[in-house]
Design a protein around this ligand. Structure first.
Ligand code: FAD
Ligand code: N01
Length: 542
């Protein structure tokens, strides 16, 4: 490991070539690639081990929602041969074990300093390098700074009034205790019905004496149909792994699924239903998002799918009032991330599970003994906050890098994130974001998007070194053009109609804009490749 305690050298070469922040799926691969290319790399990770998302999110029922055959690294065929997934959607412990296996296999831990948070990063204009500081007192300099800090790594600040007064146990899904939590026989309240809430509620209901779910916005959820990895995928991969992975890289969402060309209005009712039922039976996000070509762009088409799903909810939930309360009506399907569940709706048929509809009876306050709504006081032993994340920008802005001329990233992004390709930011030379805002990121299979970014960054640094450059930075013009393109793409979709975390709407004061790029993984890859092939079009190098 580089001596990160050595004071910044002041003159000449920086302490290391690259600092990588984060040891999740992105940071691990970034370190591996850069080391292979001969760079001196120092990683930092706030947690005491690798895993990122899969280190932190240990709540009951936590799993991926992209089939694990697809949601994994593809950079090394040998790695793929060495690891077998046991399930269609692997559980958190299995994904964490996989990332630990990867760390061992490529000996990655030796490049990281764990239990260490990067707290400051400032660009030194005279020396063309970054000065980094950590909460452990480290100070070092690096030529390049890669923020592999995650899109969903900073839980949203508690904004439920009175939460801190609660005298029972309080748990946040994204910071679940590693030793587990014994909920047996307890009265548990869950606030939040996004993916985390929908995954953990059925599991909590299996052990708790009483479960009360406080729902502000109902979400669309489809059954995951857990089981072994899908036979068709396994066969396709076995037949031609390279072709399969290549198809994923050029696909729309990072999973090799053929986008439908059928528009909702083109087909009669019974064919619409048959198409929907077939996709529903598959139990996959990208299937259910792919019933009709226009469901993401035309409200009428979207409503066809939305109503089919509401019908499914009514079939699963015995009490019609509860079924209606669970039926989303205030946002088009797909504009909030749809969920995959394991018996979520049927959980509400259990006698000890109750839904509190916060649209009718909002939370007034949490107090010492439970939750007070406008209609009642609910006594609780345990409060679970499944209230989400300061997504896409939270982790990067927590460091708030200081770029050229002393400008902070938070100032540069005061009107919302502005980047070139979601990778770099004008005014912040040699800073790279992995799956940052304005890249496909959370709208895609992140494994594929992470690999694409990591490889693009590694190639870029190798080219800079080979051609004798020490700094790279996008031009304001290129950045403005990319921002415009992102906005144009978002504007033709239904996304702006939802108060989603995709739109930054879950965090008070955050600019309302579609944070990820919605143009698709394949088209995006092509643009990034063209930029590089053209000698880093839109960038200035020196
Ligand atoms: P992370 O895994 O979030 O890792 C970032 C790391 O950086 C963290 O360990 C964090 O501690 C560290 N860090 C942040 N700031 C600092 C700092 N200042 N100093 C030091 N360390 C820092 N995506 C999918 O495509 N498919 C899925 O099925 C899927 N399921 C998900 C399930 C859950 C519960 C969640 C929360 C997200 C899921 N995602 C999924 C998104 C998931 O975040 C990504 O797939 C992927 O794991 C992100 O990897 P990463 O390395 O970019 O970020
Ligand atoms: O967070 P969310 P999440 N009072 O923001 C509610 C990935 N992920 O952790 O919608 C009352 O989606 C909030 O209500 P509303 C995936 O990408 C994947 O569940 O704002 N309620 C909402 O219901 C996912 O999208 C998996 O009205 C409050 C919930 O809390 C992303 O991570 C599993 C509230 C937050 O939902 C985030 O998911 C888990 C308040 N003050 C996560 N504040 C997989 O399945 C918030 N809420 C792979």
């Amino acid at each position: 490991m580089a001596d990160v305690n050595s004071q910044a050298s002041g003159h000449g070469e920086p302490d290391v070539d690259v600092v990588v922040v984060g040891a999740g799926m992105a940071g691990l691969y970034q370190v591996h690639r850069l080391r292979q290319a001969g760079f001196r790399v120092q990683g930092f990770e706030a947690a005491d081990d690798v895993g990122g998302t899969w280190y932190w999110n240990r709540y009951p029922g936590a799993r991926c929602d992209i089939t694990t055959l697809d949601y994994c690294y593809s950079f090394d065929p040998e790695l793929e041969r060495a690891w077998q997934w046991s399930e269609k959607y692997a559980t958190q412990p299995e994904i964490l074990a996989y990332l630990q296996f990867v760390a061992d296999r490529y000996d990655l831990r030796r490049s990281f300093r764990f239990s260490t948070k990067v707290t400051r990063a400032a660009w030194d204009e005279e020396r063309d390098h970054w000065r980094i500081a950590t909460d452990q007192g480290d100070e070092l300099t690096c030529r390049f700074l890669v923020m592999a800090t995650g899109c969903l790594s900073v839980p949203k600040t508690w904004d439920v009034p009175g939460v801190e007064r609660f005298q029972g146990e309080t748990y946040v899904t994204g910071r679940w205790p590693h030793q587990g939590v014994d909920l047996a026989g307890k009265r548990v309240g869950v606030i939040g019905t996004g993916s985390s809430g929908i995954q953990c509620i059925p599991e909590i209901a299996k052990v708790a004496a009483q479960v009360v779910v406080f729902q502000r916005t109902p979400n669309f959820s489809a059954p995951a149909h857990h089981g072994p990895p899908p036979a068709e995928r396994v066969a396709a991969l076995a037949a031609d792994r390279d072709a399969y992975r290549e198809a994923a890289r050029w696909s729309r969402g990072g999973v090799p699924i053929e986008p439908t060309t059928v528009f909702a209005a083109q087909v009669p009712e019974e064919e619409r239903r048959a198409r929907f039922e077939a996709r529903w039976a598959e139990g996959e996000l990208f299937s259910i998002l792919n019933v009709f070509a226009d469901q993401g762009t035309r409200l009428e088409a979207n409503e066809v799918v939305a109503e089919f799903i509401r019908e499914k909810i009514r079939q699963q939930v015995k009490d019609p009032e509860v079924a209606e309360a669970l039926s989303p009506r205030n946002h088009p399907f797909g504009t909030k991330r749809p969920c995959l569940d394991d018996g979520y709706y049927a959980t509400y048929n259990l006698p000890h599970v109750r839904l509190v509809d916060l649209r009718r009876t909002p939370i007034e306050t949490v107090d010492e003994t439970g939750v007070r709504t406008s209609a009642e006081h609910v006594d609780l032993d345990v409060l679970v906050l499944a209230t989400g994340f300061d997504a896409m920008t939270g982790a990067v802005l927590a460091v708030d890098p200081v770029g050229r001329g002393g400008q902070r990233l938070s100032e540069a992004w005061a009107e919302g994130p502005s980047t070139y390709l979601g990778l770099c930011v004008a005014g912040f030379p040699n800073l790279f974001l992995i799956t940052g805002p304005q890249s496909p990121s959370v709208l895609s299979n992140m494994a594929v998007s992470i690999e694409q970014h990591v490889e693009w960054v590694s190639d870029c640094l190798e080219r800079l070194r080979a051609e004798g450059f020490t700094a790279i930075e996008p031009t304001e013009t290129a950045q403005a053009g990319w921002g415009r393109h992102c906005e144009d793409c978002a504007a033709i979709t239904l996304h702006p109609l939802a108060d989603s975390w995709y739109m930054g709407a879950n965090v008070p004061g955050k600019r309302r804009v579609l944070y990820p790029y919605i143009g698709g993984v394949g088209p995006y890859r092509k643009i990034c490749d063209q930029v590089a092939a053209g000698g880093y079009l839109g960038f200035e190098r020196r």
